[in-house]
Design a protein around this ligand. Structure first.
Ligand SMILES: CC/C=C\CC(=O)SCCNC(=O)CCNC(=O)[C@H](O)C(C)(C)COP(=O)(O)OP(=O)(O)OC[C@H]1O[C@@H](n2cnc3c(N)ncnc32)[C@H](O)[C@@H]1OP(=O)(O)O
Length: 713
């Protein structure tokens, strides 16, 4: 778990060994204690280098140990012993030095890093804070502003940036280990005065109080309800105002408030869930480890609207050649300018040159004849997409994958237009497609495992988190959104206002409530979806459609030309494009509407808003699991956290249901169904009932119960 050797005559080399990221498990920490003791006790050894196996320094504490009974030596005294050593200890950073891994390096006297390595203190993303001295040592090297920015965001930085911030002392294009060994020899006799970071003062700017006030305001605003970012700021305040030892005590106290918190557990669940979805399986039995993806080199994107442009940018940034096709010359030119701008701005942020030369623009579909994979992102019209698939099937080489970015249409219907339906698969990106990490990979009944594996692999190449989902209307995310939005409208009919509903949801942790989100995406977009579903009857305001309660409020706003932000009026009023203000017009409109339909407005509590909106969404999630559209609760939770703004520190809708208690979710759904028997989405799903009847098992056991249920279907 930590290997010791003597190299270059008198350098003690300690190599962390815990693949794949040399996480600081109990055994690794014990290994470090033993090998450091051995190196410092070896009279032949004049200096020490610590590195990681397989070109990775260390990915931090072993997250798999969290929530278990922690054994082995703690990090803080271990790192302190290294720092207080009387021989120089040099960290050789390759790959990553993250969390406790970077804190280990900060306890060393020098840090030599490879130019391609990344460093960071991502603990806040796991609901924690750097509790192995990171909040006290980092600001002593970088100063408070940089330390606040890095610790409250958990951002990883390049070693070039780390060099500028004095986090590392040297970067190299060569082996960081060899460089560190040479460096260690060169400093063997050098005094260690000034090399012990904890002994340095913490530089404080004159406006330190204002700095922390601004930092606290920023974290409270951006991380709505998350407690770890606040604790990070408090720990950094200790570094600025207390001696090191007291600051360490404060860091320990603050960590104690986080370590066992529900938010930390939820974030750690999310961390592993985002990795579990890569180990996908389909109802057919096809699995990630039994399906070989085909390498993709040449791609094409058909349709260069907002989504097509984002997909093109994402493909080019992943290093893939793209033929970008738009039927008309004018929009093609506009798209080319927009895409070039997006790539140039991206290059400024990411460093390097914009990959403009990877993209070829064409108005001729024949241009895609030789590509390996096509993603169509044309207008969401089934006839148009069907025709396009027919053309692509005739033009493209027989082995080309044909993918659709449709957000809800039937993959099987589109696949039936192709000569090779087994090579058709959905790749549902989320706007803005070059930013959002979520990708729903939708398998039709004839999609081959190779097609699914190829789409999932391409998504990974594009930096996406791919989730393999089944083919149904709305797939997973949009399907669950429907009852959520529906309840919001019903609540307006019953007396709520958009700001009241949104306030409750934003207090829960959503960055944007459902009405503000509707105004952003466009009330006209929602109207077109409902029209496609045969729910829109222009001019009618009857409140029953297809035998169930229906609210025409969105249709009526559409008919008034109130599309949301894009028209300056929607559920809110927008004097400037992005600032949503309650609109007196809407309140009058709702009063008239209720009067017209004999609806008596009543006082509605926030708890009811949350229960009706979230539990119907969760209930649809159980239906999706029961039907095998998603393989497990983790798939749904990853989709909602990454694609729909579900607050990260609440793990995801299904995780939240397991925390609230399935029996409570069931009881509340039954309560609301009794009050609203004409709303089928309130009917508790039979899988939910089965889970409750099985004693509400923990979420990691649901898959077994679902499989057992399906095996009897
Ligand atoms: C007193 C407490 C002091 C300090 C607290 C901490 O240090 S908390 C942990 C801080 N570290 C992190 O948050 C890093 C988390 N990991 C990552 O960011 C990425 O895994 C990493 C290291 C950048 C590598 O990314 P990559 O995409 O290459 O691989 P992937 O993420 O799929 O991970 C590969 C497998 O390794 C597992 N893993 C990664 N990091 C940890 C970890 N810190 N502890 C335990 N396991 C870790 C990950 O789950 C993957 O496992 P697999 O079974 O293959 O899915």
């Amino acid at each position: 778990m930590a290997q010791y050797s003597r190299v270059s005559g008198n350098v003690g080399l300690i190599t962390l060994q815990n693949p794949p990221v040399n996480a600081l498990s109990a055994a690794v920490r014990q290994g470090i204690v033993d090998t450091v003791k051995r190196a410092l006790g070896d009279p032949e050894v004049k200096s020490v280098v610590i590195c990681g196996q397989n070109g990775v320094f260390c990915g931090g504490a072993d997250i798999r140990e969290f929530g278990t009974h922690m054994t082995g030596p703690p990090l803080v005294p271990m790192i302190h012993a290294i720092e207080m050593a009387d021989k120089p200890v040099v960290a050789a950073i390759e790959g990553v030095a993250l969390g406790g891994g970077l804190e280990l390096a900060l306890g060393c006297h020098y840090r030599i890093a490879h130019t391609k390595a990344k460093v960071g203190l991502p603990e806040v993303t796991l609901g924690l804070l750097p509790a192995a001295g990171g909040t006290q040592r980092l600001p002593r090297l970088t100063g408070l502003p940089a330390a606040i920015a890095l610790i409250t965001t958990g951002r990883q930085i390049t070693t070039a940036e780390a060099l500028k911030l004095s986090i590392v002392d040297q970067v190299t294009d060569y082996s960081a280990v060899d460089t560190a060994v040479k460096f260690a020899k060169s400093v063997a006799e050098r005094s260690l005065d000034g090399r012990r970071v904890s002994e340095r003062p913490c530089p404080c700017p004159p406006d330190v109080d204002a700095l922390f006030e601004a930092a606290m305001q920023k974290v409270r605003q951006s991380a709505r309800g998350a407690i770890a970012p606040v604790a990070c700021v408090q720990a950094l305040q200790a570094a600025a105002t207390m001696p090191y030892a007291l600051g360490m005590q404060r860091e320990k106290e603050l960590m104690a408030t986080l370590f066992t918190s529900g938010q930390a557990r939820a974030l750690q669940y999310s961390f592993f869930a985002q990795r579990a979805v890569g180990r996908w399986s389909l109802p057919s039995g096809a699995r990630w480890d039994g399906s070989k993806p085909r390498p993709i080199r040449k791609t094409a994107v058909i349709g260069l609207g907002t989504m097509g442009r984002g997909i093109t940018v994402s493909l080019a940034q992943a290093g893939l050649s793209v033929i970008a096709v738009e039927a008309q010359e004018k929009p093609l030119k506009e798209a080319q300018q927009a895409i070039s701008g997006m790539l140039q701005r991206g290059a400024k942020r990411r460093g390097g040159a914009p990959p403009l030369d990877l993209i070829t623009y064409s108005a001729n579909l024949q241009a895609v004849a030789d590509v390996d994979l096509v993603i169509e992102a044309v207008f969401e019209d089934v006839a148009l997409k069907k025709q396009l698939f027919q053309h692509l099937s005739a033009i493209c080489k027989p082995e080309a994958f044909l993918c659709t970015n449709t957000s809800a249409l039937d993959i099987d219907l589109l696949a039936s237009q192709s000569r090779h339906p087994e090579l058709v698969v959905g790749m549902h990106f989320f706007a803005p497609a070059h930013v959002m990490k979520l990708l729903e990979v939708v398998h039709g009944s004839r999609s081959s495992p190779e097609a699914v594996a190829t789409a999932m692999n391409l998504g990974k190449q594009m930096g996406k988190v791919g989730v393999a989902v089944g083919n149904c209307h709305g797939f997973v995310g949009n399907r669950m959104l429907k009852p959520y939005l529906e309840q919001g409208l019903f609540l307006l009919e019953e007396g709520a206002t958009p700001e009241m509903v949104d306030g409750a949801l934003e207090e829960f942790g959503f960055a944007m409530g459902l009405f503000r989100m509707s105004d952003l995406s466009g009330i006209d977009v929602g109207w077109r979806v409902r029209k496609g579903e045969g729910l829109v009857q222009p001019g009618a305001s009857v409140r029953v459609r297809q035998g169930r309660r229906y609210s025409p409020l969105g249709d009526l706003l559409y008919e008034q030309g109130r599309f949301g932000q894009k028209t300056g009026r929607g559920w809110y009023r927008y004097d400037n494009r992005h600032e949503a203000k309650p609109d007196p017009w809407l309140n009058n409109f709702l009063e008239d509407y209720r009067a017209r339909h004999g609806l008596a407005a009543r006082r509605i509590e926030c708890q009811e808003v949350l229960e009706r909106c979230l539990y119907t969404l969760i209930n649809e999630g159980f239906r999706i699991l029961e039907e095998g559209i998603a393989a497990g609760p983790e798939d749904i939770d990853v989709i909602y956290v990454l694609g729909y703004g579900w607050p990260k520190h609440r793990g995801g809708p299904m995780y939240y249901a397991s925390m609230v208690g399935l029996i409570k979710v069931l009881e509340r759904l039954e309560h609301y169904l009794r009050a609203h028997p004409d709303v089928p989405s309130l009917q508790p799903c039979s899988l939910l009932r089965r889970l409750v009847a099985s004693g509400s098992p923990p979420i990691h056991k649901w898959r077994k119960i679902i499989k057992k249920t399906q095996s009897h279907l």
